[in-house]
Design a protein around this ligand. Structure first.
Ligand SMILES: C[S@@+](CC[C@H](N)C(=O)[O-])C[C@H]1O[C@@H](n2cnc3c(N)ncnc32)[C@H](O)[C@@H]1O
Length: 208
């Protein structure tokens, strides 16, 4: 049965709020991480590959993975249409699947962790998939009162954002060091019954 994300995939890139968020997160990653042309990058929960396409020209290869076949179908079409050679799309859901053997220099996870039930287990999986000194970049919402997602998306949400200190603690307990955070972007959007509201998005990085 198609999931919320399968159904949302075909019009995902039409939302300028998402594109602006991706751009600011990718630029924050540029500022925080030294990208290099020999790096292998994992974009976890890649969606339609907004971040993958932005970062791909600056690294050797991007493995873009998602649990939604609908998202991956849109991504594969974009890869074909643009003739992009260094992004490959694969289905992977580390909530269900075993950690694969592949290892990466950089893992980026944009707006995915609030959809994952067991955050710390997922962070340990990312730690296992990084090469020594590899870097994890997680961007997600600061704690919000449960008004960010509309009623359709709400069923997919396990966390109403994260407290940064709490998230830092989870990163450190999962084995990451040199943990840093910054505000990458602030999403301003209308929410039911209270007009417009700001939702800051943090970028937290940690080294294996
Ligand atoms: C809010 S979207 C963000 C998509 C993309 N990272 C971006 O920046 O445009 C969340 C994505 O995470 C994916 N996702 C949710 N849970 C997942 C899981 N357990 N494993 C892999 N992907 C997951 C969804 O299918 C969806 O594509």
């Amino acid at each position: 049965m198609p999931t919320y994300f399968d159904q949302a995939a075909t019009t995902w890139d039409d939302n300028p709020v998402r594109v602006a968020l991706m751009r600011d997160v990718a630029e924050a990653i540029f500022r925080q991480v030294q990208l290099a042309s020999d790096m292998e990058l994992l974009d976890y929960g890649c969606g339609t590959g907004l971040i993958s396409f932005f970062l791909a020209p600056h690294v050797a290869a991007v493995t873009a993975v998602d649990s939604s076949e609908g998202m991956l179908a849109v991504l594969r079409e974009k890869i074909d249409q643009t003739g992009t050679r260094n992004i490959r799309a694969m289905r992977l859901d580390l909530e269900q699947d075993a950690v694969p053997d592949a290892r990466f220099d950089l893992i980026v996870v944009n707006m995915v962790m609030h959809h994952v039930a067991d955050s710390e287990r997922m962070l340990r999986n990312f730690h296992a998939m990084l090469r020594p000194a590899g870097v994890l970049c997680v961007s997600d919402l600061d704690t919000e009162p449960g008004v960010f997602h509309d009623s359709e998306a709400a069923a997919t949400v396990h966390h109403h954002g994260f407290d940064r200190q709490g998230f830092r603690g989870m990163m450190e307990r999962s084995g990451f060091h040199d943990v840093r955070e910054t505000t990458a972007h602030t999403i301003r959007k209308p929410v039911a019954e209270s007009g417009e509201r700001d939702f800051p998005v943090f970028l937290m990085t940690g080294r294996r």
